[in-house]
Design a protein around this ligand. Structure first.
Ligand code: PLP
Length: 416
């Protein structure tokens, strides 16, 4: 309560902004994941890896737009690309060369993608991939995993309202290959697809084991179901995504976030025989329209991002930086009594409080979050951290030192 009061005292303008916004938007904004009691910060500007709230406090941004903000908040090259595309005219009621350029770049990176199409979000990309799997296989059942998050209407976390869209889902435990094998033994001829994140992102950065993911590949091969990797978050782990690191080729891959260069983006692709069904001249064409699917600004920003920023070298370096940072965090947490630990892969990770009681875990993480925000560090209330390119060595080192101070103070006062 004291930490929350401190937060309220420091951020009156955010409280005012929330109250105003909540009069016209339930919850005060349009992204459920932003919500954290008593109210989320109202952020008014950003530059590089820093953001400023409505009360003028500056924070080092360790959240990076829930993994989409890999470029930081100001990127001169992206600004140039967007300005150029804007000057050339947008909303041209057709397709433009940027679209095929970006499609070529992505198909070249992902061996699982012969053909692909663009959408406006990762959610849409997953909905279209599931639609394709159902129509191509002529089956209805979709295997997904508890804790999985594939978009607003495709969320399988505990406590979420059941998904009410026309798919039949079998929600199984993640990393439990035996449960999936049992499902296939019982209903294999009805399973159209297995939709899986190589690492559950929103589920708390739970890494899929290679044996589990490889086992899914084998079960799908044996039964004719399509294996769909949702790489909306994990695509940054290597030029060809987590699937490249794992050496597993799914039948379909869904993408989002970073490949739009910071703008709204989604893509889904896969084997030619599946994706060819989206060709409108196909006798059994699957319709996939969308006014903004190929909007020129996103295509231009995505192209600039892929060609000049998401280079193999840059992605490798970011992955390594993330591995080192996660290990350093865990080292600090264990040295300070083990009240927290971090899971993740490369530059995406999640801090978890360690305690038997879920209420203690929640309060402890909340306290850590308040204390770090008070000292100028921003990450998700649920513990998510996603490193961006501009987040430097100095910022990471300062974060670790600040964490040490916070943990030591928390231990001294028996908070942690
Ligand atoms: N899939 C995963 C793994 C995600 O993390 C997200 C978003 O966080 C989505 C899909 C949905 O993408 P979008 O928010 O662009 O709809």
């Amino acid at each position: 309560a004291r930490a929350e009061q401190g937060y309220r005292d420091r951020t009156p303008q955010s409280a005012t902004a929330q109250a105003r916004a909540a009069r016209v938007m339930p919850g005060g904004n349009t992204r459920s994941s932003l919500w954290a009691a008593p109210y989320p910060l109202s952020i008014t500007s950003g530059s590089g890896c820093r953001i400023t709230d409505a009360d003028g406090h500056e924070y080092v941004d360790f959240l990076g737009e829930f993994t989409a903000g890999i470029f930081g908040h100001t990127c001169p090259a992206l600004e140039r690309a967007l300005t150029e595309a804007h000057r050339g005219g947008f909303g041209l009621s057709s397709h433009t060369p940027y679209e095929a350029d970006l499609a070529e770049e992505l198909a070249a990176r992902f061996p699982s993608i012969d053909l692909l199409r663009f959408a406006n979000s990762g959610t849409e990309a997953n909905l279209m991939a599931l639609t394709a799997a159902r129509l191509v296989t002529g089956r209805d059942r979709i295997v997904v995993f508890a804790g999985g998050y594939h978009g607003g209407v495709l969320t399988f976390g505990a406590g979420n309202a059941p998904v009410n869209i026309p798919f039949e889902f079998a929600v199984l435990p993640y990393n439990d290959l035996q449960a999936v094998a049992q499902e296939f033994a019982a209903a294999g001829d009805r399973i159209a697809a297995v939709l899986v994140e190589p690492m559950q992102g929103a589920g708390g950065c739970v890494v899929g084991t290679p044996a589990f993911l490889q086992g899914l590949r084998t079960l799908c091969d044996d039964s004719g179901a399509l294996l769909i990797f949702d790489e909306v978050q994990t695509a940054r782990m290597a030029p060809g995504g987590a699937q490249e690191r794992l050496g597993i080729t799914p039948d379909m891959t869904t993408l989002g976030k970073i490949f739009g260069g910071g703008l709204a983006f989604g893509a889904f692709g896969g084997k030619a025989e599946v994706m060819a069904r989206f060709d409108p001249s196909h006798p059994e064409a699957i319709p996939h329209a969308g006014t903004f699917n190929n909007n020129r600004l996103t295509m231009a920003a995505g192209l600039e991002a892929v060609r000049h920023h998401l280079t193999p070298g840059a992605l490798e370096a970011l992955f390594e930086r993330g591995e080192v940072f996660r290990e350093a965090l865990n080292a600090r947490f264990s040295a300070q009594g083990g009240a927290f630990h971090v899971t993740g892969m490369g530059s995406i990770m999640n801090i978890h409080a360690v305690a038997e009681d879920p209420a203690v875990r929640r309060d402890r993480l909340r306290l850590l979050h308040f204390h770090m925000m008070e000292r100028g560090y921003y990450f998700a209330a649920r513990g998510l951290i996603a490193l961006s390119f501009p987040l430097g060595e100095a910022e990471r080192a300062d974060f670790l030192d600040t964490l040490d101070t916070v943990l030591a103070a928390g231990r001294a006062s028996s908070e942690f």
